[in-house]
Design a protein around this ligand. Sequence first.
Ligand code: FES
Length: 116
Amino acid sequence: MIICDGCCCGRVEKGHNEVPIDKLEAAWEANRLGEAVKLTISDCLGPCSMHNVSILKNESGNIWLGELSSWDHYEAIVEWAIKSSEKMEGSKLPKILEDRRFVRVGESVVRLKDLV
Ligand code: FES
């Protein structure tokens, strides 16, 4: 699990939403997720236009999430991590996060919800 807190993501002074790093780290610790699902706070991951960005890693590869705008999104990430650590539901992504998925195509991004 990689949470971007770089030059754009979380930069309130640029008009973006704060990344709740303290709450995430507390949730990771409270749920003892550290060994099962590693939490990494990262500098810029590249697609700044999708602030706030995260990458979920699973057996299928990387899932890019963007436009994370509230604690509800990050709380869903915590729930996904708990289920992943318990090998429940095959790490199925909560609906609230499915809507935030995107893929990178070269320098561009494509929101998956725009494809359906
Ligand atoms: S600062 Fe998050 S993707 Fe660039």
